[in-house]
Write a protein that binds this ligand. Structure first.
Ligand SMILES: *[C@@H]1O[C@H](CO)[C@@H](O)[C@H](O)[C@H]1NC(C)=O
Ligand SMILES: *[C@@H]1O[C@H](CO)[C@@H](O)[C@H](O)[C@H]1NC(C)=O
Ligand SMILES: *[C@@H]1O[C@H](CO)[C@@H](O)[C@H](O)[C@H]1NC(C)=O
Ligand SMILES: *[C@@H]1O[C@H](CO)[C@@H](O)[C@H](O)[C@H]1NC(C)=O
Length: 380
């Protein structure tokens, strides 16, 4: 009896110690160089709530809206394994910081007059603010979707085309449609049905932003035909944004972005490209000098183009590369709308992510004349 007693006393003591340790852990996990302010955001009810507050639509300040004004990573508040979709939401939150900052910096950099001078509507900057607010709402939604056992990444420093208002708006147009194509792939990564639905809902918001840009800014037809482009390898698109991140500028505690990643060579069309419309013949440029593809002489490589729910493969002549550049014709059969996502693979149709050896590149087909402009502007 007394033996049992002492056992349960020990158990109580161990449990008490355990509870103390668990309670104390969050404070210990915050790296000392952070104030701890961001930890308030671990509570999903802290601050304006997306879907309830109009903060994520109609905040008209220039200063960063919540939670974009709090840039420290949010450390886990509970111990345990990550939830099944935490990597997916972490990837999405890291990508969202890029998009949020792109709008925020554009709003800080350009005035109403800057947009008026290039013939844009007088509501342009106001709409950009509204989109920025939507993106701030995405930040908050993604923070809340990451479970309390995983870190919620903070922003890095970024490099954006902010030289002039036109290239800024052109880049915005490709960024929105790239987000959409990327989300069609990311939805496949989420294991939980509810999360798949949330990702689909976010992609609708990006499509509305794109529709506004096409109609109001470019006076173009807003429709992309019967289907937007579905691209299966979301993390490859995310990795292609690496060029926008100032090297070494991310919070060191942030998870790898994206995770998992393949470190594929970046792909673009050469800067003298005159057309990226279906049927145009282009020269390929692998834009990162430190990450060039290696083509094995005995392997047949293909440029694989994804458009709508189709893909088409074009065999490549890689002999003599890099001395002899690689040229390819964009499939003429594709309708000139929406986007084409292009990559290099060692199998026709790029049936697995491992078959991809370079890219992807997102080619804007609408407005089609903007594609070459983006290539020269160092766009994607
Ligand atoms: C961030 O914005 C929110 C809402 O506007 C505000 O309440 C909060 O004080 C701001 N925090 C910081 C650190 O600027
Ligand atoms: C903005 O443009 C619209 C239509 O082009 C015009 O009716 C309106 O007066 C303008 N508003 C301002 C504030 O300039
Ligand atoms: C290829 O891309 C690099 C990096 O953007 C650029 O400096 C170079 O001029 C491009 N080459 C061609 C042929 O377009
Ligand atoms: C490309 O299309 C082919 C033929 O329809 C299909 O078998 C293949 O799975 C597609 N590739 C991807 C990555 O979806």
């Amino acid at each position: 009896m007394s033996r049992l007693h002492s056992h349960s006393a020990l158990l109580v003591w161990v449990l008490a110690l355990l509870a103390l340790t668990v309670a104390a852990i969050p404070a210990f996990l915050v790296t000392p160089r952070y104030s701890g302010e961001a930890q308030k955001l671990a509570d999903p009810t802290y601050g304006p709530i997306p879907g309830e507050s109009d903060h994520y639509s109609s905040y008209w300040g220039v200063d960063r809206p919540f939670p974009g004004n709090i840039s420290d990573p949010i450390f886990p508040t509970q111990c345990g394994p990550p939830a099944e979709d935490d990597y997916t939401w972490q990837n999405l939150l890291s990508a969202e910081w890029i998009i949020f900052e792109f709008y925020q910096q554009g709003i800080e950099r350009f005035t109403d007059e800057d947009f008026a001078k290039i013939g844009m509507p007088n509501t342009t900057r106001l709409r950009l603010m509204e989109i920025r607010n939507n993106e701030a709402g995405h930040l908050r939604i993604f923070q809340n979707q990451i479970s309390p056992t995983s870190i919620k990444p903070g922003p890095c420093k970024y490099i954006f085309p902010l030289r002039d208002p036109r290239s800024y708006l052109a880049f915005m147009t490709v960024l929105e449609i790239s987000s959409m194509a990327f989300l069609t792939g990311l939805v496949r990564e989420a294991k939980n049905d509810w999360n798949q639905g949330v990702i689909a809902a976010i992609s609708q918001t990006e499509a509305r932003h794109e529709t506004w840009a096409l109609m109001d800014l470019w006076k173009a037809n807003p429709f992309a035909g019967p289907s937007d482009t579905s691209f299966p390898y979301a993390n490859q698109i995310l990795y292609s944004t690496q060029g926008l991140i100032v090297p070494g500028s991310c919070p060191p505690e942030n998870p790898e972005y994206p995770h998992p990643r393949q470190l594929l060579p970046a792909l673009s069309a050469a800067s003298d490209t005159e057309s990226l419309a279906p049927g145009a013949t282009i020269t390929l440029n692998f834009t990162n000098p430190d990450n060039q593809p290696v083509f094995h002489p005995s392997t047949q490589y293909y440029a694989v183009f994804f458009h709508s729910v189709l893909n088409a493969s074009v065999p490549l002549d890689t002999k003599g590369f890099p001395q002899r550049p690689i040229v390819v014709t964009i499939p003429a059969a594709f309708e000139t709308r929406g986007v084409i996502v292009a990559l290099i693979a060692d199998q026709p149709g790029a049936p697995t992510k491992e078959s991809v050896v370079a890219g992807p590149a997102v080619i804007l087909e609408q407005p089609v004349e903007m594609g070459p402009e983006l290539v020269r502007g160092g766009g994607t």
